[in-house]
Design a binder for this molecule. Sequence first.
Ligand SMILES: [Zn+2]
Length: 437
Amino acid sequence: MIILPSWLIVQGKEAPRPNWGVRILNDKISDVAPNADLCNKYPQDEVLEANGRILSPGFVNTHTHLYGVLAHGIPLDKAPEGFWPFLQDFWWPNVEDRLDQPMIEAATAYQCSQMVRGGVTTFYDCLEAPNALPGCLEAQAVIVRNLGLRGILSFEATERSSPENGQKGLQENVDFIVSCQKTGGLLSGMMCFHTTFSCSADFIQKAFLMATNLGVSVHMHCSEGSYEPDQALVNFGMRPIHYYDYLGVAGSNMLASQCVHLDAKEIALIAKRGIRMSHMPLSNCEVGGGIAPVPQLLKAGVTVGLGSDGYIDDFFDIMRGAFLIHKANQQDPRVMPADLVWYLATEGGAKVLGLEKIGRIEVGWQADLQLIFPQLPTSLETWNLYDQLILYGSQNWVETVLVSGRLLVKDYKVENSDITQLRKSVFENAQRLWNVI
Ligand SMILES: [Zn+2]
């Protein structure tokens, strides 16, 4: 098949090309050329005319909690007073501890459908549900495979409930990683634990050892609020990134999410050790966490991607947050240019997840693509395209999505998916979650 758009985004960081398109063969991109050349070279191919559309790599959501949708609008007695009360008094007892597998399945089906509908072709999920063990990752996987999204699933192991529950969480990841390595396909697993304040040193080192033996990365939340570095200084005499280094686990197989509260020495160490970082500008606002030093991390050469955190899921909103928040924070409109933000949302995200040949439109790379039909009152030009999309775009502009060469969204609708039914199921399961509060 050849796709003939008005604009081609090969990758963020590079100027969009007017009237260039692609040829797709099976699951990969087999040619990238001006539209006229593609038509001449491949007269027998099926043609997808996309006049007025922008063809871009699909978005990579480097951090979500699919179950999070169940808590959208959940009743609260009062707003949590900070990051620690948010976890201890609200999120853990009222959400995570009450999740069961039917709730997780309903949320997974709805959220995956919404993600792909909005142009996300790859995602990483972190499931936090200590009372839904074992088997919750396999239950999610059935749904994701059925839809056809590319993803990495993990269970966030933590010793906060009990040491035994922590071990069950680690084992859930091992079982799922091994199962995916046997099966192949678009889904894989990753090792995951919570934080330095909910997991012991032995537990953290064991998680890394298991991951190394399986050849996978390890994910954790890191310094989302000031609570974690404060506690680390009291308990270990050093800040979290230095603590990981002291434990001998800080390295290129480490994926640290959030990283809001870092000092300059931690930023330098993250860069030196090749630790990757997932940035969630909007959820950092939600919990009053602060603003992550992303421009400084990027300047130090750190691999950064963007994530939704299961909070606000429209990736255009997330890009807009990343684009704007650092300008205000640093009082400098030059930080975080739009083309860089687009890169973080696509190829940068794939690099954060350790995925190869994803996030760029280049021969031999995976055909994970989206066609965006912008509805703008002013002209779209080479020099303003990224700014126009990031400032004024919406997931509602995403018309067509392909993952691994397979058409998953056509005419703004997810193929073989009844969104009304999926929403109803989330609604009913959310009622069940909320009613016992
Ligand atoms: Zn998170």
